[in-house]
Design a protein around this ligand. Sequence first.
Ligand code: MN3
Length: 243
Amino acid sequence: MNKREFLKKSALLTLGGAAITTLPINAMKPKIIKRGRKQGEEYLLPELEYAFDALEPNIDAMTVEIHHDKHHAAYTKNFNAAIQEAGIADMKIKDIFANVSKYPIGVRNNGGGYYNHKLYWKVMSPDGGGAPSGKLLKDIEATFGSFDGFKEKLSKAAATQFGSGWAWLVYSDGKLVISSTPNQDNPLMDIAEVKGNPLLTIDVWEHAYYLKYQNRRADYIAAFWNVINWKFVEEKYLKSVEG
Ligand code: MN3
């Protein structure tokens, strides 16, 4: 060790010693845990990456708070219990979904509830809205005629899903497809009519919009377009295409 390195190391040690009394404010903030779930570990309620009121005025703060902290939390808790009880807690979630018809209905309903909401929070952002770009935009235009045509078709799928459920943009068999599912079903499940990789989803359960929009589901769907995180959807699409 030369003198310069020695001095640098001493300075770091000194800093280390002093750190206890001079913690920067940032160090006090809770960390968002990004690591993947290890086999057999419990599924955790993912932290929201924005504040409850960050999607206002399109989606109101109380709806986001109850939807995340109560509904999504309950699905997560019940999914952990359901896979424990079914003896499949060690399985990967995609393998569970691919065989979901063989398991108790609680696995399907709560597993879907856990996964679908996790994706739903990701496809929204306070900086969202507008239109996608690059390959996704090009392929949407080639598949649905235009971005407006796509918007109309996905909105219609969301508006006409009877009762509770979800509308989807799916990468299915090398193509972009719009679909909808009842309850908490999703395109990764063996029971889905359109199977594939989910890219974008709209929750059309009443709990997703009723406080602000009451029975006006169409108004909620129109507002949803203002918060779509296209950057996230584009990345998910490129990964799906690459396989
Ligand atoms: Mn929901």
